[in-house]
Design a protein around this ligand. Structure first.
Ligand SMILES: C[S@@+](CC[C@H](N)C(=O)[O-])C[C@H]1O[C@@H](n2cnc3c(N)ncnc32)[C@H](O)[C@@H]1O
Length: 566
């Protein structure tokens, strides 16, 4: 809330800080004097109530890409609240993945842990406090560990535990949107939360706690009602951010949660682990004008409009109406486009089927060349069928041949940029050059050219839906790197044949190599914290060194955008 007294002298004040509007001054002089202290708190946004979106963050000044918007620590964080039926689960101390059957056990509560020295186990802000409650169950399991020690319930328990330990934080938490009105007793989500979280915590720990509290006369948790527990679970589902770096962490932030969704969002964020938890730092990703809403993306950028909107409706309870969703071509990418089955003069019409009104969930689809129309049901059926087939093939560790034939088959039905085709092509460019029988020296020039072309096409689509590289940096990083690799094999082959930089195409390919590596490193600059990001950066750095050596060894001058042979 804005102050009405001067932040410097405490006298009545009516001059608000124009950037954050959160502090006021009696005059310019005191505003100047206070700036040294205020600048680290001054935020370039204000919280505004919107009739459709609820509370939103609105820029109070123009921002350039890269400008800092906010850094803050979580109110609370813990293991991802997802059920895991087999395989690795997060350690309750640090959230790093462990295999429960092989893991050590916590001496306080017997939950599987990464190791008894894990600092998070004793930390009262992490496992330390909840451990005392989990330890009230005095039986231990040898089999069926996933069912017995349920990490997916711990974040909800940690939220509950804030109420007595950090009442202000608990109040802040309860202010968040939980959409309880859409999660009533007859809904699947209610039934799931009731059995998976509420009953599990009550039956195993909270009922025992109540008995203990009765005996000792000391209350550890005031409110463990099912209403509060359902509200907390709703708050987690709607507002929590997933931090998939070196651990499976989910966190609730005091301000960052207010960013609204936009499929073409204008901010980007990174997480950095420190003693105080995972700090989030949000920066402008695109130019932002004063008055613009600050947005992030709640769903997957590479899904088509119908899939994104359905996901947002089911998990965040709103219908997205952003520019990308409203555009049948999805910003000219045709990510949801289908090939028309219509004919003209006995030939396929060659048109593309697109939704007439993508914001209408039952929209008809129409061809942009002939008058064939499809119902939404027909489209959903086809797209789901193709999606299932893609999932099955992708999960089966496919060969190049299998992916190739899937792509050829699917291109009879979908636009070459369709998001299912994107996914198959993205896998293919990573298999050419790596799989047995398709190693670099085994690839024909034609296949290398095909790989490079696919990379360029996918880069083009990715740029349109993620112009600031905030959402798909790993996808783009891989594409630029694979483009470099394909070009480089072709260049070396031509080089060995004596075709050198006098040939224009080699010049262009060398320039594209240099550009691809630079772009990959630039796009990946914030990805050091994830294992996949780190691995890719090191590959790109290795390629950059190789490229430099090639350039030096062959005395190629690439400066000024042109190459010259010695
Ligand atoms: C993480 S919260 C954001 C803060 C929320 N606006 C509030 O008032 O607490 C997510 C919720 O905000 C609303 N919201 C976010 N982006 C929206 C959008 N683009 N259109 C409509 N509602 C949106 C939805 O109700 C969604 O479930």
């Amino acid at each position: 809330m804005p102050e009405t007294t001067c932040a410097e002298c405490g006298q009545p004040a009516d001059l608000k800080c124009s950037a954050c509007k959160l502090v006021a001054y009696c005059g310019k002089e005191h505003q100047k004097k206070h700036w040294k202290e205020h600048k680290s708190f001054c935020r370039p946004f204000e919280v505004v109530e919107n009739s459709q979106k609820g509370k939103c963050l609105v820029a109070t000044r123009d921002l350039q890409p890269g400008d800092l918007i906010l850094t803050e620590y979580p109110l609370i964080y813990g293991p991802r609240p997802h059920v895991v039926e087999e395989g690795p689960v997060p350690c309750p101390g640090c959230c790093r993945l462990i295999i429960p059957e092989e893991a050590a056990r916590c001496e306080g509560c017997d939950f599987p842990i990464c190791n008894p020295e894990c600092p998070g186990l004793k930390d009262m802000e992490l496992h330390g406090h909840e451990c005392k409650i989990l330890g009230l169950r005095d039986i231990r399991a040898i089999n069926g560990l996933h069912d017995f020690y349920r990490q997916d319930t711990l974040l909800a328990l940690r939220c509950l535990l804030l109420q007595n330990r950090h009442p202000k934080k608990f109040a802040q938490l309860l202010e968040m949107e939980s959409h309880q009105d859409k999660r009533g007793e007859d809904t699947e989500v209610y039934k799931d939360i009731q059995t998976r979280i509420v009953d599990y915590l009550h039956d195993n720990f909270l009922d025992a706690l109540r008995i203990l509290e009765g005996k000792s006369g000391q209350q550890v948790l005031n409110d463990v009602s099912k209403e509060t527990m359902h509200k907390i679970c709703g708050i987690i589902d709607v507002n929590a951010l997933e931090i998939n770096q070196d651990a499976e962490v989910t966190a609730l932030y005091p301000t960052a949660y207010l960013m609204e969704h936009d499929c073409l969002c204008n901010t980007t964020h990174i997480f950095e682990n420190s003693a105080k938890g995972y700090a989030i730092t949000i920066r402008a990703a695109l130019p932002v004008l004063k008055g613009d809403h600050l947005s992030t993306m709640y769903t997957h950028a590479l899904w088509g409009t119908q899939a994104r909107r359905e996901h947002l409706r089911e998990t965040k309870y709103f219908s997205c109406k952003c520019t990308r969703c409203a555009d049948p071509t999805e910003l000219g990418t045709y990510l949801s486009g289908l090939r028309c089955i219509g004919t003209q003069d006995d030939e396929p019409c060659g048109g593309i089927q697109l939704p007439i009104d993508p914001l209408d969930d039952n929209t008809e689809w129409a061809c942009n060349k002939c008058d064939v129309k499809l119902t939404n049901q027909e489209v959903c059926f086809l797209v789901n069928q193709i999606g299932e087939e893609v999932d099955n093939v992708q999960l089966s560790n496919p060969t190049v041949r299998e992916l190739d034939s899937l792509l050829i088959k699917m291109l009879n039905f979908v636009h070459p940029n369709h998001y299912h085709a994107y996914s198959v092509k993205h896998s293919l460019v990573q298999l050419y050059g790596y799989q047995q029988g398709y190693m670099p020296n085994q690839l024909s020039d034609d296949i290398l050219v095909r790989k490079a072309t696919m990379c360029r096409e996918l880069i083009d689509v990715t740029k349109k839906i993620d112009p600031a590289n905030g959402r798909l940096p790993l996808y783009s990083g891989v594409l630029f790197h694979e483009l470099y690799l394909a070009n480089m094999v072709l260049i070396k082959r031509k080089w060995d044949l004596g075709i050198k930089t006098k040939v224009k195409s080699i010049n262009l390919m060398l320039q594209e190599c240099q550009y691809s590596l630079k772009q990959a490193l630039k796009i990946l600059q914030n990805e050091y914290n994830s294992p996949a990001g780190k691995k890719l950066i090191s590959l790109v750095e290795g390629s950059s060194n190789e490229f430099e050596k090639f350039i030096t060894r062959n005395k190629i001058n690439l400066s000024g955008g042109s190459t010259t042979e010695k």
